[in-house]
Design a protein around this ligand. Structure first.
Ligand code: ATP
Ligand code: MG
Length: 417
């Protein structure tokens, strides 16, 4: 029996991979307009990094991590997200000593043991961005505008931006108590997870998808009504800056995010097109994260988007590539000539195809059709003898007689002299 891949771990095949490359290239292009540089971080980290940063009472750390002991007895985890690793690198390499402001992006696979379904896998891919060292709300608006800009460049009208504020260590404890008090009479309605974390993480009940939790939290007090003066001012200024540059958003007071390290601004890009997998990108401000992993007290903000979910939103679009030219060759002498011209044109920067096996003209034309090249050139004995051949423009249907040298073919394909 043939060996298959592991459930929840996917191959991305040619045909689909062009879409991924387009998403990645768009992210690089847009993020670099905003001054970000790429950082590449390892896939394996010490388990402790995620326990300390993401938080022990989160779904990720409680249930979803791929953790194991390596042969040396070290406890390691395949990264479930990127922010903790990026901040570990930022602290470890003392990047803050040169300039506390770091503007970074990353892309790559993440691993979570979840139930695989459409838009949810065990190995999935994120593109993420982080900006450290700026406490001002201008940077919140900048990050959100950059994320919106990215989706606009992809030509997507979904997803849409939702924002909220989770307050800070100064105002959140009082809110937690107010929420716990509210939930106390309704605790029986909460799902088992939310019951269990009533003490450790009661806010999760607000965005829990279970019907009981949704009912129990109807009319619950809102964090936005409990923000301290600084957090309230931060939220207002973030909104004002979004409005200043026309970045559309709505407020979702129930959005709490699943990671412990968030403070103040949190946000999601949500879609109605992927069922329960509604968040395409998510993030927030994490002013306490860098110090929690042993670094200085430096603020930060960032997000990660799920590439599989972005690809699903782009499902209708065609990203397949077309070769520029297909050269059909007839007869033993024409084949080497086709091969020579192909090689010369590839070096000039054209995507060129031939039929390696040199089959009949009919089968070569079928291959040309399959490749859907922009031009075809047919070379046989007569063409070799006269040193020219017909170059057909497959889109316009027009035909030109061109000399059998790469420069002439190049000129004819680019419309040059
Ligand atoms: P969800 O609520 O869907 O589980 P999350 O809150 O766990 O998402 P984050 O940890 O914020 O997600 O990760 C950011 C993004 O990464 C998500 O918005 C989503 O697009 C993507 N993502 C998260 N988990 C998965 C997964 N198992 N498979 C595919 N994409 C995922
Ligand atoms: Mg999740």
């Amino acid at each position: 029996m043939a060996i298959t891949g592991i459930k929840g771990f996917n191959d991305i095949l040619p045909g689909e991979v062009e879409k991924w490359q387009h998403i990645e290239a768009t992210a690089r292009r847009v993020f670099e307009l905003y001054g970000l540089s790429e950082i590449r971080i390892p896939i394996l980290e010490k388990t402790e990094l995620f326990c300390r940063s993401i938080g022990d009472a989160t779904d990720i750390v409680e249930k979803e991590m791929y953790s194991f002991e390596d042969k040396g007895g070290n406890k390691v985890t395949m990264r479930p997200e990127g922010t903790a690793s990026v901040m570990r690198a930022y602290v470890e390499h003392k990047m803050h000593a040169l300039d506390p402001v770091a503007r970074l992006y990353y892309m790559g696979p993440m691993f979570r043991y979840e139930r695989p379904q459409k838009g949810r896998y065990r190995q999935f891919h994120q593109i993420g961005a982080e900006i450290t060292g700026v406490a001002a709300p201008t940077v919140d608006a900048q990050v959100l505008t950059m994320l919106t800009h990215f989706f606009q460049e992809l030509g997507l009208t979904e997803p849409s931006l939702q924002i909220n504020s989770l307050g800070c260590p100064c105002c959140r404890p009082a809110y937690r108590e107010a929420l716990k008090k509210f939930l106390l009479d309704r605790i029986d309605k909460l799902c088992d997870d939310c019951k269990r974390r009533y003490d450790t993480n009661p806010l999760r009940a607000l965005d829990c998808k279970s019907a009981g939790c949704q009912e129990a939290t109807q009319g619950a007090p809102s964090m936005l009504d409990h923000l301290c003066a600084e957090c309230s001012d931060h939220f207002d200024k973030t909104r004002k800056h979004l409005e200043l540059v026309g970045t559309p958003y709505s407020i979702n007071q129930r959005m709490v995010r699943g990671l412990d390290y968030y403070t103040r601004t949190t946000f999601e890009m949500v879609t109605t097109m992927l069922g329960a997998q509604s968040a395409v990108a998510a993030g927030g401000r994490y002013d306490g994260l860098i110090s929690s992993i042993g670094g200085p007290q430096i603020p930060g903000i960032g997000f990660a988007m799920g590439v599989e979910r972005v690809a699903l939103l782009l499902a209708e679009k065609d990203f397949s590539r077309r070769p520029d030219l297909f050269i059909a060759a007839l007869g033993d002498e024409a084949h080497p000539e086709a091969f020579r011209l192909m090689s010369a044109l590839q070096r000039l920067g054209f995507a060129v195809e031939i039929d390696y096996e040199g089959k009949s003209l009919k089968s070569q034309m079928r291959r040309a059709d399959k490749f859907n090249s922009r031009f075809t050139l047919i070379i046989g004995g007569d063409e070799l003898a006269r040193g020219t051949a017909p170059l057909k423009n497959m889109d316009g249907g027009t035909q030109d007689e061109v000399a059998l040298d790469a420069a002439s073919i190049q000129a004819a394909m680019t419309g040059g002299a």
